[in-house]
Write a protein that binds this ligand. Structure first.
Ligand SMILES: [Zn+2]
Ligand SMILES: [Zn+2]
Length: 157
C-alpha cells in the first residue's frame, strides 16, 4: 500500500517510547490503512454504480429522442417525390432560377433527379433533404414543419 508516510498527529511523538509503542503504532497504522482502503473501495464502488445508472439512463433518453422520429419517418413517407423535368423553355446557358436550385447543396436540379416536394411546395434533392428532415423535420427555407403539415392535413380531412 502506498501509505508509508504517517498521518499527521499519529506518528510524531512515538519515536522514543520503546518497542511496545512502536508495535502498537504499526498496528494502528495498518488498521488506518485498511480503513482507508475499505473507504476507497466503497467510494469507487459508489462512483462505478453511479456511472452505471447514468449509462442506464442514457439509452432511455435516446429512446425518447427516437420516439418522434417514427412520426418524422411516417410524415416523410407521405411527402411527395417527383423526378425533375427540365423545362423546355429553359435552353442555353442561362442561369437557373431559384426554384430550380436545391437550397441544401446549392446545385441546380438536373433532369430525372429525384426531388422531395415538401408540404410548403419547396423542392430539394431527395438525397439532400431527407437526412435534414430526419433531424430537423422542418423546411430548410421556410422552417415549416413537415409534422405540422401532416397533422393539420389529417385533422382537416
Ligand atoms: Zn441538393
Ligand atoms: Zn418551405
Amino acid at each position: 500500500c502506498g501509505r508509508a508516510a504517517a498521518a499527521p498527529g499519529v506518528g510524531s511523538t512515538g519515536s522514543g517510547r520503546g518497542p511496545a509503542d512502536s508495535v502498537l503504532q504499526k498496528y494502528l497504522q495498518q488498521l488506518w490503512d485498511t480503513v482507508l482502503l475499505v473507504a476507497l473501495i466503497l467510494c469507487t464502488g459508489v462512483i462505478i454504480q453511479a456511472r452505471w445508472q447514468h449509462q442506464d439512463r442514457q439509452p432511455n433518453d435516446n429512446f425518447q429522442v427516437l420516439e418522434p422520429r417514427t412520426d418524422v419517418l411516417r410524415s416523410m413517407s407521405l411527402l411527395k417525390t417527383r423526378p425533375y423535368r427540365q423545362p423546355k423553355r429553359w435552353c442555353g446557358p442561362s442561369p437557373p432560377t431559384d426554384a430550380d436550385i436545391c437550397a441544401v447543396c446549392l446545385e441546380a436540379f438536373r433532369n430525372n433527379q429525384c426531388l422531395r416536394v415538401l408540404p410548403c411546395l419547396h423542392e430539394y434533392h431527395r438525397d439532400c433533404v431527407d437526412p435534414w428532415l430526419l433531424l430537423q423535420h422542418t423546411c430548410p427555407l421556410c422552417k415549416r414543419s413537415i409534422l405540422d403539415a401532416f397533422y393539420s392535413d389529417k385533422s382537416r380531412s
